[in-house]
Ligand binder design. Structure first.
Ligand SMILES: NC(=O)C1=CN([C@@H]2O[C@H](COP(=O)(O)OP(=O)(O)OC[C@H]3O[C@@H](n4cnc5c(N)ncnc54)[C@H](OP(=O)(O)O)[C@@H]3O)[C@@H](O)[C@H]2O)[C@@H](O)CC1
Ligand SMILES: [K+]
Length: 472
């Protein structure tokens, strides 16, 4: 799991470092890592370092300082470097060092010309001290770089972003590579801001950081944690999932959830939903059984619509006291108390309704609202969307492996709820079930880039899970 820290946490760690290591210059460590990353970038997909043309945009603070010291190193390796100090002032020692190494200082007008001929734009305008957005001349440069297709390497974060926010300002750099220091910040992992960062590389500068703000999962974390069957496994030990989803109007949601549960490796599925879905599942998925019986976890809510008797339908399933995935329409009917180990799977709109706030409030502060719901119902909340947050009642936050943007489509949530129910039935706690379920769906979608429907993505899950066995 990759630790994510806020800008404030990084600043505090920096202060603690300076107190413990007087005289050690962290900026030189940052500049070393940055120069090396730019060198690798130029070697890997550009003209190489020697003779490469670099335009370096330098802001007034320490982010500009990092860029200047790195520029000096790159100039000494043979790069032709032009510097534009976007706000007049620039880090004094850094500027002197860059000039001594042969970097040329240019003005805003010359920067536009230099950009057209540059192999790379190094964005050292603003880092964690930046307020969101860019002044007009810098915003113009950022736009021109995009229009011309000039790769941008961002120092710490693409200038214009708020380090701690998922929501990007309208104007910011769009980086191909972001080289960050000490720790990943929220903007590097939370969509849509993360898509402005490109590939993110972390440079260890020796900071000691405390408890992370969040932990982000990588594919290897999912492979290590997925429950695999052993020699003594049978269908009961692998987990029996009870599914009570679908309605006369929405039978498809029940089919999708059942497809998800089956392809995530349920030992056995008992489908207990109403007529039309029952018939469809009998025809399409012959290994699913039908009717009541002993189960280890329930999936409820997907495709229920708004029917009289839904509250009783939910109460009946919760009365079993089993870990339950409560999805979609059942989220409107939550009682005050849920059995231990339940998982709520709202998207932003459903979470807003649950908490009686506007959807925009949830998108502005997804974690705060997910925490409120997790605390109120003492259940894990999987907040779905471009970034999938797993929030626990104690406030801990995990981020699932991100999927491709194609995943934003009707039916993805139904499949996901089914996958999570399988993992609950296998004995995982709700947080792990949510993290693994959301991540494996994303990993399956990555294997099939393109507009594949959610059931096709579900059918890719076994190949992903099969690969976990090889990894372990
Ligand atoms: N912490 C660490 O561990 C390490 C940090 N390091 C590096 O330091 C960076 C942080 O440096 P920093 O604190 O100097 O802030 P930075 O982002 O350069 O900007 C501040 C300046 O910008 C200005 N300004 C702000 N917003 C603006 C806007 N929208 N438009 C225009 N101007 C704006 C603001 O002026 P103000 O108006 O607020 O007075 C101020 O002058 C960090 O990201 C990393 O790269 C590494 O060297 C090593 C370890
Ligand atoms: K930057």
């Amino acid at each position: 799991m990759i630790a994510v820290h806020t800008a404030q946490q990084v600043r505090e760690a920096e202060q603690a470092f300076f107190a413990a290591n007087p005289g050690v210059d962290l900026m030189q460590r940052a500049a070393d890592g940055l120069a090396e990353a730019v060198e690798n970038f130029l070697e890997g997909r550009g003209p190489g370092v020697d003779g490469a043309r670099l335009l370096v945009a330098v802001g007034p603070g320490n982010n500009g300082g990092d860029a200047l010291f790195a520029a000096a190193r790159l100039a000494r390796l043979g790069c032709r470097v032009e510097l534009w100090a976007t706000h007049g002032d620039a880090h004094e020692a850094g500027l002197a060092e860059a000039q001594a190494a042969g970097c040329q200082q240019i003005d805003a007008g010359q920067a536009t010309t230099a950009l057209a001929e540059a192999d790379l734009l190094l964005d050292g305008v603003l880092g964690i001290g930046g307020r969101p957005g860019l002044d007009a001349p810098v915003a113009t440069l950022a736009r021109e770089a995009r229009d011309l297709g000039i790769p941008v390497v961002a120092v710490d974060l693409p200038s214009g972003l708020d380090a701690d926010s998922s929501t990007p300002a309208e104007e910011s750099f769009h980086a191909t590579l972001t080289v960050t220091f000490g720790a990943l910040k929220p903007c590097h992992v939370l969509q849509p801001a993360a898509s402005r960062c490109g590939e993110v590389r972390l440079v260890d500068i020796g900071l000691e950081l405390g408890e992370p703000w969040a932990l982000a999962a990588a594919p290897g974390d999912i492979a290590q944690r997925w429950p695999l069957p052993g020699p003594t496994s049978d269908k009961y030990s692998r987990g029996v999932v009870g599914i009570d989803t679908g309605s006369v109007h929405y039978p498809g949601a029940a089919v999708l959830g059942t497809v998800g549960a089956l392809h995530a490796g349920a030992g056995m599925i008992r489908f207990c939903g109403p007529g039309p879905a029952d018939g469809l599942i009998r025809a399409a998925l012959p290994s699913v059984t039908h009717g009541e019986g002993r189960v280890q976890a329930w999936l409820v809510g997907s495709g229920w619509g708004d029917e009289p008797g839904d509250a009783e339908r939910l109460a009946g399933r919760l009365a079993d006291g089993l870990p339950t995935v409560v999805d979609a329409d059942a989220l409107r009917l939550l009682p005050d108390h849920l059995p231990a180990g339940c998982l709520l799977t709202p998207h932003a709109g459903e979470l807003a309704r649950l908490l009686d706030v506007e959807r925009e409030e949830v998108t502005a502060d997804p974690i705060g609202h997910a925490r409120a719901a997790a605390d109120r119902w003492q259940a894990v909340v999987l907040l779905k969307g471009a970034t999938q947050y797993v929030v626990q009642p104690d406030g801990a936050v995990w981020l699932a492996v991100p999927g491709p943007h194609w995943s934003a489509q009707a039916g993805s949530g139904d499949v996901l709820a089914g996958i999570c129910a399988t993992l609950l039935a296998a004995g995982l706690d709700a947080a792990r079930a949510a993290l693994l379920g959301a991540s494996v769906q994303a990993m399956a979608a990555r294997r099939r880039p393109g507009p594949y429907p959610p059931d096709d993505i579900a059918r890719e899950v076994p190949a992903v899970v099969g690969g976990f066995e090889v990894v372990r």
